[in-house]
Write a protein that binds this ligand. Structure first.
Ligand SMILES: Cc1cc2nc3c(=O)[nH]c(=O)nc-3n(C[C@H](O)[C@H](O)[C@H](O)COP(=O)(O)O)c2cc1C
Length: 189
């Protein structure tokens, strides 16, 4: 049986240094994982990008394709933006999709694809008024934002984050909940 495709979309936030852990956790959950990195996150992995390509079995994308290029990745059954940086959150909330990492989920959620996002930034970043506004804007559109209020990642005090302990499995649990909510809605139709 073919496995459903998950786009795991990672920003330049601390835990992305260990995004291979997130890929393995999703693969353990039965997903065929395609990894998308923001351009800044791709710089962090530049020297080891081959490892991520080998691990996922797909190209790792970080830039929009050129107009004459065809899609490099299979169609996604779901998307998980994790870790979501403060910058990506606020750009997405404002409707700015100048990176592929925002462009894919921002459109997908309006095409019926389940989309979850788990932020990772500190409390000083989170104190900016734009952050609460952006989270509300994403939720209004149907994105499952897994912050502290949703039993997801609650911001840490500055300089006290544990980047290696990012709760990948909790984030994947959010996607699972979205998928089963979608299939029970489908069954009720
Ligand atoms: C070493 C390093 C660690 C960072 N960690 C975080 C982080 O955990 N969360 C965050 O929101 N921003 C973090 N930043 C800042 C983001 O990388 C920066 O805002 C960037 O523009 C995000 O771009 P992106 O969302 O397109 O990946 C970090 C920057 C550096 C250099």
């Amino acid at each position: 049986m073919t496995q459903p495709v998950l786009y795991l979309i990672a920003c330049a936030a601390g835990p992305t240094q260990y995004v291979d852990d997130g890929v393995r956790a999703a693969q353990d959950d039965g997903w065929d994982v395609c990894l998308v990195l923001s351009p800044s996150a791709a710089r962090w992995w530049e020297a080891r990008m081959d490892e991520l390509v080998e691990l996922t079995g797909h190209p790792v994308r970080s830039q929009y394709k050129l107009p004459w290029e065809s899609d490099a990745l299979p169609k996604a059954a779901a998307m998980l933006v994790a870790p979501m940086s403060c910058t990506t959150l606020n750009k997405w909330g404002a409707g700015i999709s100048d990176t592929l990492a925002i462009g894919l989920p921002s459109e997908a959620v309006h095409m019926g694809v389940p989309v979850a996002a788990m932020p990772y930034f500190n409390q000083a970043q989170g104190a900016q008024p734009a952050v609460a506004r952006s989270i509300a804007a994403l939720r209004t559109q149907g994105v499952l934002v897994l912050d502290g209020a949703e039993g997801g990642y609650a911001s840490h005090p500055p300089k006290q984050g544990n980047q290696e302990a990012f709760p990948w499995r909790r984030a994947l649990g959010g996607i699972r909940r979205l998928m089963s909510a979608g299939s029970s809605r489908g069954a009720a139709r």
